[in-house]
Write a protein that binds this ligand. Structure first.
Ligand SMILES: Nc1ncnc2c1ncn2[C@@H]1O[C@H](COP(=O)(O)OP(=O)(O)OP(=O)(O)O)[C@@H](O)[C@H]1O
Ligand SMILES: [Mg+2]
Length: 412
């Protein structure tokens, strides 16, 4: 059979094949569900915290914490929409609720421009001279900031800036050395007409430790913590998605659903992970032409996602980190000393200057933290202690990931 005939047959097979998915978008990360389950308290608290704005006073700054996938972005977006829609009906005074995600911005300047443009500031020079505008580049951070504050005062805007994944902003700030977080949290003191409140959202629970104490005290005038979902709550969230995503409520077998919720609940109760797992499992089931999703589809999806995660992490590593992973895989007894010897041989083969044993030991500990290798301390009696390392990623996955990189040709 020619290649073209083979493709035609495959196309017919796909077209005639059974499908269990009714609406794929429902399982996509951008989908906004109409029902938010198990977050009644958090929704209430955020609405309460922002409620002064409806009475023309300034809400307190708010810091929202919680592990990834616990519904922070979803809940905040819903409450913002609720207030915006309510205000649009009555329109008593100008409210501006502005959302931005610091992960989407490469620079601090970009983040401020995004906030400014949502306040209506144009990036093109206006025809009349007395109109404010905010060019996409070229000004200093404090000039941009002043233009934003001036706009709030001039228009008497009651403003809330939501900065999602604010830990990234803290990183941008520490890189550029600007005191912008401090200025943002205190900006209201400079505003005599209108107001500015800051809502920061973070999934990095240690992020506060990296901040200036002055920033912490003003940013966290109020705090709300999103706790992890348990397996039962994840199951209910999944059940709601299943209703909208699949042809039939029974498309996902009960035992598969339980496994999916248990696996996602095992780490830290991440709803995103639970939904992703179901989506990948549904694709595997569909490819197999199965009429339902069974536990083994969930297991395969879990393995695939773990492997994808490992591949992405491996690709992001430096050359020496990659060499170390390979050395751990090639080592027979897995001791630090032996791993270092193999690593040095690798460096020699590819004409790279080796790092010191001390640095390598440090890198191994970092790899251990990221879960790529696991280490165990072994006592050697009078000879002290050493560490034994094993790799968590398979040799096959490492070879498949690195084989296209010419530098590894002679090593794998
Ligand atoms: N209570 C819920 N009901 C329905 N869907 C939910 C619920 N909580 C989270 N989700 C879904 O799970 C996914 C992750 O939620 P969300 O993006 O709000 O998490 P997050 O806490 O902001 O995570 P991160 O810290 O990684 O940004 C989204 O697809 C969201 O729609
Ligand atoms: Mg989020």
């Amino acid at each position: 059979m020619s290649d073209d005939d083979h493709l035609k047959n495959l196309l017919n097979f796909i077209k005639q094949g059974k499908t269990i998915i009714k609406d794929r978008n429902v399982l996509h990360f951008s989908y906004l569900p109409t029902t938010i389950l198990h977050r009644k308290n958090e929704q209430g608290k955020i609405l309460q915290s922002l409620s002064p704005i409806l009475k023309h006073s300034r809400p307190s700054n708010l810091l929202i914490y919680g592990k990834p996938g616990t519904g922070k972005t979803l809940v905040v977006k819903k409450i913002l929409k609720l207030i915006i829609d309510d205000n649009a009906k009555e329109n008593k005074f100008p409210i501006k609720l502005v959302y931005t995600n610091s992960k989407d911005e490469m620079t601090l300047y970009g983040l401020l421009v995004s906030l400014g443009s949502q306040l209506g500031l144009k990036s093109q020079k206006p025809l009349t001279n007395n109109e404010d505008w905010l060019p996409k580049t070229g000004l200093s951070i404090s000039m941009v900031f002043n233009i934003i504050i001036k706009t709030i005062i001039k228009n008497k805007f009651n403003t809330v800036f939501v900065i999602d994944e604010i830990d990234n902003l803290a990183d941008l700030v520490s890189k550029t050395g600007k005191d912008i977080l401090y200025q943002l949290t205190r900006a209201n003191e400079r505003i005599d007409q209108g107001s500015l409140t800051l809502i920061g959202i973070s999934n990095d629970l240690t992020f506060k430790e990296r901040l200036d104490p002055r920033v912490i005290s003003s940013l966290s005038e109020e705090e709300i913590i999103f706790t992890n979902y348990n397996a039962y709550q994840l199951k209910e969230i999944l059940l709601d998605r299943i209703k909208h995503a699949f042809v039939d409520d029974n498309s996902v077998e009960e035992s598969a659903l339980n496994l999916c919720s248990a696996l996602a609940g095992r780490e830290h109760g991440d709803a995103r992970r639970a939904i992703d797992l179901l989506r990948v499992a549904s694709e595997i089931a569909e490819r197999e032409q199965s009429s339902t999703i069974k536990p083994h589809h969930i297991k395969s999806a879990y393995r695939k996602m773990e492997e994808d995660k490992e591949i992405t992490t491996l690709k992001s590593y430096s050359l020496h980190e990659k060499l170390l992973i390979l050395s751990v895989l090639k080592a027979k007894k897995f001791y630090t000393g032996e791993i270092y010897t193999i690593y040095k041989e690798f460096c020699k083969k590819i004409s790279q200057k080796e790092l010191t044993q001390r640095r390598v030991t440090q890198l191994l500990s970092e790899l251990e933290l990221s879960g790529m290798v696991s280490g165990r301390i072994i006592s050697q009696g009078i000879h002290g202690r050493t560490k034994k390392y094993t790799s968590s990623i398979s040799y096959e996955t490492v070879v498949n990931t690195l084989k296209n990189d010419t530098i590894f040709y002679d090593l794998i």
